[in-house]
Ligand binder design. Structure first.
Ligand code: FAD
Length: 381
């Protein structure tokens, strides 16, 4: 049996950030991940200035800047007419106003960068957590391969179907939101042959659906779209199923010719259920604490779900630095006090799918610096 001071379950974007931040803060950390390895699955992701400031502390900001696209604007456009509904300045404006860049990138490339920031030998693959017990003096973790580990505290960064959440609050499936997301990566050369101009970061909207598109590399040779489309029930097995260009054509019939041309360039597209949960009544108990999608999953429409997981990781690190491992009760209370309001607000706005649809000031999200905000000990009145 291995013994570690802090065990993190799940090495997604939140768990990897927590591991690297806590290790840099001097804690002994092991990360247990169920997957046998990570691969470059076909998806993009936005990372806002609020997160780039955290990556700066981790020493991976420059590498991320080099591999990512830096759009000058987030454009919102009417799906049918193409009229501009909002032009949210990013680019140099974001660097000046919010203290860091706004980037879009391939999710797998970002994740690989985060994984490389972990101390060698501390990420353990093929460790699917099947059982967990807090006996008051430590936590026992049991894995599907028959091995065990013991830790002083356990961070549940194991995503929307978290086993740690289940240990704290009991079994409960996430809610299906009634919408699916389609995801596809498109070769930019193919797009160029259509004769249309594809903007670096644009969301096309209509009453009940949308399509968001952006580049995923610094060379802008790869373009990505992700949708939100109503679908009565998720009646498929697994976390995603293949979709098709024909299904996309049907879903976006009547949309602008640029969207039609993008859809026509689709080779492979997958379809994902958009899931969420109501805010949880507790974020920790005893020696176990939650972060990211394990704690506050949301529909992805603010492009801040992983951002909130990474902010959680940074705040939890700050709080554990404040108290040490001797008083984790205080650390976990401080963590929740300083995270719940912001994470729940982002969760609500994201679920409502209103973010940047019309011209608005995003400073409360992008301008936030988790290392600079004063630590509060009580919920604000
Ligand atoms: P996850 O990324 O789900 O990671 C959980 C990890 O735990 C996984 O590696 C999993 O294998 C592991 N695990 C699970 N169970 C176990 C177990 N029993 N034992 C061991 N390991 C386990 N967010 C953004 O910030 N920007 C975006 O642009 C964006 N776009 C999105 C688009 C779509 C279509 C969707 C669905 C989401 C999007 N998000 C975005 C949200 C983002 O993907 C999630 O919020 C984020 O991945 C949550 O990170 P996490 O580390 O909490 O969980």
């Amino acid at each position: 049996m291995s013994v570690s001071r802090i065990a993190i379950v799940g090495a997604g974007l939140g768990g990897a950030a927590a591991g690297a931040l806590l290790q840099r803060a001097g804690f002994t950390v092991d990360i247990f991940e169920q997957a046998p390895a990570f691969s470059r699955i076909g998806a993009g992701i936005h990372m806002g200035p609020n997160i780039l400031k955290i990556f700066r502390r981790l020493g991976i900001e420059d590498a991320l800047l080099a591999m990512s696209s830096h759009p000058d604007f987030w454009m919102s456009r009417d799906g049918a007419s193409g009229d501009y509904l909002a032009r949210i300045p990013l680019g140099d404006f974001a660097v000046k106003e919010y203290g860091a860049a706004y980037v879009t990138v391939h999710r797998g490339d970002l994740h690989a960068l985060q994984i490389a920031a972990l101390q060698p030998g501390t990420l353990h693959f093929d460790k699917c957590l099947t059982g967990i017990e807090d006996d008051g003096s430590g936590v026992d973790l049991r894995f599907a391969d028959g091995t065990h580990a013991r830790a002083d505290i356990v961070i549940g960064a194991d995503g929307i179907n978290s086993r740690i959440r289940e240990a704290l609050l009991g079994e409960e499936k996430p809610n299906y939101s009634g919408w699916v997301g389609h995801r596809a990566l498109i070769d930019a050369e193919k797009l160029a042959r259509t004769g249309f101009e594809f903007e670096p970061c644009v969301k096309w909207w209509s009453a009940d659906r949308h399509l968001m598109a952006y580049h995923t590399t610094g060379e802008r040779n790869e373009y990505y779209y992700v949708t939100g489309v109503p679908h009565p029930a998720w009646d498929f097995d697994g976390s995603s199923v293949p979709s098709s260009a024909d299904e996309m054509r049907e879903a976006f019939d009547g949309y602008h010719p640029i969207v039609q041309a993008l859809v026509d360039c689709t080779v492979e597209v997958s379809k994902w259920p958009l899931l969420n949960r109501s805010p949880l009544p507790l974020w920790s108990r005893g020696r176990m604490v939650l972060l990211g999608d394990a704690c506050h999953p949301m529909k992805p429409h603010m492009a801040q779900g992983a951002g909130m997981a990474i902010e959680d990781a940074a705040m939890l690190t700050r709080c554990l630095q404040e108290t040490g491992l001797g008083d984790t009760e205080t650390a976990f209370r401080l963590y929740e006090v300083n995270r719940r309001a912001r994470a729940s607000r982002v969760q609500a706005v994201s679920n409502a799918n209103t973010w940047l649809r019309t011209q608005e000031d995003p400073a409360w999200v992008f301008g936030y610096d988790i290392f600079e905000v004063p630590l509060r000990d009580e919920v604000a009145a």
